[in-house]
Write a protein that binds this ligand. Structure first.
Ligand SMILES: [Zn+2]
Length: 412
């Protein structure tokens, strides 16, 4: 056992963890051998992370990257590797029994549009490229965990399912995770762990959000000769002013943002159209629903006030188009999945914090399935920007933590 522990000791040497901390979730010699394998293969994991990142995965265009991940999961010894209807990649690692079934997921997509230069550069420990941490790191670790379990022939009580999801970012609106939970693995998920981005934090609170594009329309006309017509821009202005005054609770944290506005034709024209994009968020479902109702009511009120001001019924109309609906949820700090993640963090030398976020884990959380999202190690900066970086220092810890967590949760 001492020999097999080399990998973990190497991590401890850097992190100052006492050897006895390692006893907790690690368990048997094969798991220790898997950890040793991770330490050895981390350079290959980093190379895979870079390679994956140079395969573009714009919103709704993840297929090419999905194919690469499919091959990686196959090479890692997973069974029944396939794509589901939504485009998620699924691979299975059967245990002694089908349950508990523990899902490890990482999203394929980036926020970057088609045509973005996805070249990755490396300068020592610093990798640079759009998506290198979020979420090429998660994808590389997904495959590395499967590979290390395979290399060490680890047997688990329950089963493990590895998934690369589509549509986590922005307008993707968690479509991959939604399809996975509602269809592909319906009723077969006992624990759900998302690997998202770099670092060591653990997300146990999923921030829910609703997003709308709200468009006001009217007849428009000449600013002088048609003066007296109701104006979509006026209605928009009235609505924004009222939204700005909404009182939201600080706890549960609830927020609103009018992120973009637009419209109009010319300085001397009554506009035909004006629009805004609104983002509403809360960690609490009821608070989010309440905020949503307030905004809907305000928009209608702004239209009727504008029309009444000019004594023109129905001159300005409005459409409210939902462009995002992410469920919120929470996995209690005392839940086994959170405690297991904290224990695994400690084992590898992470001082992990519990944080709030919006990730694939939101979807199972809302259904009451124990779910968290964890960083996949290393350190990252500037996620969602072209200047995104990932620093590889001690990154094997992220891989090791994910493996320990999967093994721990698969125990009966
Ligand atoms: Zn992400």
């Amino acid at each position: 056992m001492r020999v097999a522990l080399v990998g973990v000791f190497a991590m401890m040497a850097a992190g100052g963890v006492r050897p006895q901390d390692n006893v907790a979730p690690g368990g048997d010699a094969r798991v220790q051998a898997a950890l040793a394998a991770i330490d050895k293969t981390e350079p290959a994991t980093i190379a895979a992370q870079m390679r994956l990142c140079e395969v573009p995965a714009p919103p709704f265009g993840e297929r090419a990257r999905a194919m690469v991940v499919r091959d990686m999961l196959q090479a890692a010894g997973l069974k029944h590797v396939r794509l589901d209807r939504e485009g998620n990649v699924i691979g299975e690692r059967p245990g002694r029994s089908p349950r508990p079934n523990v899902v490890l997921a990482a999203h394929l997509d980036t926020v970057f549009p088609e045509g973005t230069d996805v070249k990755v550069t490396r300068n020592g420990a610093v990798l640079r490229g759009p998506g290198i941490g979020d979420n090429c790191r998660g994808l590389a670790v997904l495959a590395a965990v499967a590979g290390a379990l395979d290399a060490a022939a680890v047997e688990t009580d329950g089963s493990l399912t590895f998934v690369a999801t589509v549509g986590e970012e922005g307008r993707g609106d968690l479509r991959g995770a939604k399809a996975l939970v509602a269809e592909t693995l319906k009723g077969r998920i006992d624990y759900f762990v998302a690997l998202d981005g770099s670092g060591s934090s653990i997300t146990n609170v999923g921030v829910g959000s609703r997003r709308y594009r709200i468009a006001f329309r009217g007849a428009g006309g000449h600013s002088y000769s048609n003066f007296g017509r109701a104006s979509p821009v006026n209605a928009l202005g009235r609505a924004i002013s009222l939204i700005a005054d909404i009182q939201v609770p600080g706890s549960p944290r609830t927020t609103f943002n009018v992120g973009r506005i637009g419209g109009g034709t010319a300085v001397n024209a009554i506009p035909e159209e004006a629009w805004m994009e609104v983002d509403l968020r809360s960690v609490d479902k009821a608070a989010l629903a309440q905020l949503d109702r307030s905004v809907q009511q305000i928009v209608k009120q702004a239209v009727s006030t504008e029309n009444a001001r000019w004594k023109q019924n129905d001159a300005v109309t409005v459409t409210i188009e939902p462009v995002g609906d992410r469920p919120g949820g929470r996995t209690d700090e005392s839940a086994r999945i959170v405690q297991a993640a904290l224990a695994a963090s400690k084992t590898v030398g992470f001082a992990a914090r519990l944080v709030e976020n919006s990730t694939d884990a939101n979807v199972p959380m809302q259904l009451g399935i124990p779910a968290i999202s964890i960083g996949a190690g290393g350190t990252g900066t500037d996620a969602h920007s072209l200047a995104e970086t990932f620093v590889t220092t001690n990154s094997a810890r992220g891989t090791a933590r994910a493996l320990l967590l999967m093994v721990s949760l698969s125990r009966r």
